[in-house]
Design a protein around this ligand. Structure first.
Ligand code: SF4
Length: 328
């Protein structure tokens, strides 16, 4: 895929969460500890593309998305949206930029007010962000609902009256109402029945194309990511270890972690399921990260230098970057 305009630019981003000290830690004067949820992450997302983010649960995918939309504070690094550095924006400047980047959550219920009808929910966003004039709001609400496969009658219902799939459509409509250029979808279908998942994925794919949205799509389901994303990034313990075109990554992954992750994912064909090797060992504690390559305690191709030296991200082919000593 030809690279276009950079819409999201993330450089050396770090997000840490302090760990509360026990009384014994205070007495022993042990230093503060923290969890490095996002650890020196850099990547770009281009206009109109979908970047998939994959990795085991707890690897930092959701925290990375929340840091980009400024729901979590970055400890270091920069975030640029449409060329503007938003890392330290506050107050009304931050609110103004937030409407251009919207999140879709796994549980849309958490982002919907149960006491507001669907109409009121969408109308409120249009009003707050001054997307259209007051008399244009009813038509705009209907237009957004229709785009998301919801009809006028549904507008007067409350979120609690909808099925999971319909509720996710309302969550998507709410996100679109602000007129965003960037969508961050965090496991948007993982709470839904398989039959409904396909409908929501197809809806997101259609909207992304029609509205020329730039999307970061987080999922533990690699089949879904492969279907919806043009490029994919694999994340391990807060770091991106490989990023490249989805087809290349899925057919010829180079980083040992990406390779195992892809081969260990459940196959659609049930006769193939037994052949997938799982990733060996436990994920190390993010409080006490291993030295060198973070994947070395679990890597079947670990070399001596992997235990001490952190591999740097390098471009090994055009648009294909990898952090692994095997490719130096
Ligand atoms: Fe494995 Fe070494 Fe590559 Fe890390 S740097 S993934 S330990 S081969």
């Amino acid at each position: 895929m030809e690279a276009g305009k950079k819409i999201v630019e993330v450089r050396n981003l770090c997000t840490e969460f302090p760990i509360k000290k026990e009384f014994s830690d205070i007495l022993a004067r042990r230093p503060e500890k923290s969890v490095k949820a996002v650890n020196d992450v850099s990547f770009d997302v281009y206009e109109g593309e979908s970047l998939g983010l994959v990795g085991e649960s707890g690897c930092g995918k959701s925290t990375l998305a929340k840091t980009i939309v400024r729901l979590c504070e970055a400890k270091a690094g920069t975030i640029k949206i449409n060329g503007r550095d938003i890392t330290n924006l506050q107050g009304k400047n931050l609110r103004a930029v937030r409407k251009s980047m919207q999140m879709i959550f796994q549980d849309p219920y958490s982002s919907l007010n149960p006491r507001m009808t669907v109409y009121e929910t969408i109308a409120e966003i249009l009003k707050v962000h001054k997307i259209v004039s007051v008399h244009e709001i009813p038509d705009k609400v209907n237009e957004i609902l229709a785009m998301c496969g919801l009809n006028k009658e549904m507008a007067e219902r409350y979120p609690g009256e909808f099925s999971g799939g319909q509720r996710q459509r309302v969550g998507i409509a709410r996100a679109l109402a602000a007129g965003p250029s960037v969508i961050l979808a965090d496991e948007p279908v993982s709470a839904l029945d398989v039959s409904i998942q396909a409908q929501i994925i197809n809806l997101l794919k259609k909207l992304q194309k029609e509205l020329h949205l730039t999307m970061i799509f987080i999922s533990h389901d690699l089949h879904v990511v492969r279907y919806i994303s043009q490029r994919t990034a694999a994340m391990y313990l807060g770091k991106i270890v490989e990023i490249g075109s989805t087809e290349v990554l899925f057919t010829d992954p180079l980083h040992p972690y990406t390779g195992i992750l892809i081969h260990a994912s459940p196959k659609i064909d049930p006769t193939q399921r037994e052949r997938s090797p799982a990733i060996q060992g436990e994920v190390p504690s993010p409080i006490d990260l291993p030295k060198g390559c973070l994947f070395h305690p679990r890597c079947p191709r670990c070399m001596e230098k992997c235990k001490n030296k952190i591999p740097e991200m390098k471009e090994i082919k055009e648009g294909h970057l990898i952090a692994c000593h095997l490719y130096e």
